[in-house]
Design a protein. Structure first.
Length: 172
């Protein structure tokens, strides 16, 4: 499966994704391909819309902290955030679909997430710190939301030119 990254400006990144109803070998293969693509692009998470597929699937490295990039990857099907902690923290984020652009995002520190694995089995996990941040970033993608949406109006206007440049990557 040859997956191609889609960049800011492509409409698929703003669509709300479809829930997965069929748990077959094709879904397993797609999950594996997403993990390969994430590593190929040196990412720590990737959501299906970023490879042009409007399905509620994402992958993430289950990292304990920012240095823990060697942790096991996980495929999350139909993930939903059930709870968010009141405590928040700020960290600079980036996105494979918005290359070259970084920015601070404030997010809840701990979340509870329900998801299905590629066999359709339901799991509930509590994630904290870096892992919780990655999951929130990826689940945002599944709802058509990007990390730059959290920027201030002033910062948004500053990055307009850069975003226009990035959107051209879709035509490359
Ligand atoms: Co992203």
């Amino acid at each position: 499966m040859d997956l191609k990254l889609h960049y800011y400006g492509h409409p698929v990144l703003r669509q709300r994704t479809q829930r997965v109803e069929v748990f077959d070998d094709e879904l397993k293969a797609f999950g594996e391909a997403m993990i390969s693509k994430m590593y190929e692009a040196n990412g720590i998470g990737l959501a299906a819309p970023q490879v042009g597929v409007s399905m509620r699937v994402c992958v993430a490295v289950q990292m304990q902290d920012q240095e823990d990039t060697g942790a096991e990857p996980l495929v999350l099907v139909n993930p939903e955030i059930l709870e968010r902690s009141k405590d928040t923290w700020v960290l600079e984020e980036g996105c494979l679909s918005i290359p070259g652009l970084l920015g601070d995002v404030q997010r809840p520190e701990t979340i509870r997430v329900r998801y299905q694995d590629t066999s359709g089995e339901t799991h509930e996990i509590e994630a904290t710190g870096m892992y919780a941040r990655v999951l929130q970033h990826e689940i945002d993608h599944l709802d058509g939301r990007l990390f730059i949406d959290y920027f201030s109006i002033a910062r948004k206007s500053l990055i307009k030119g850069k975003l226009r440049e990035i959107s051209q990557l879709n035509n490359a």
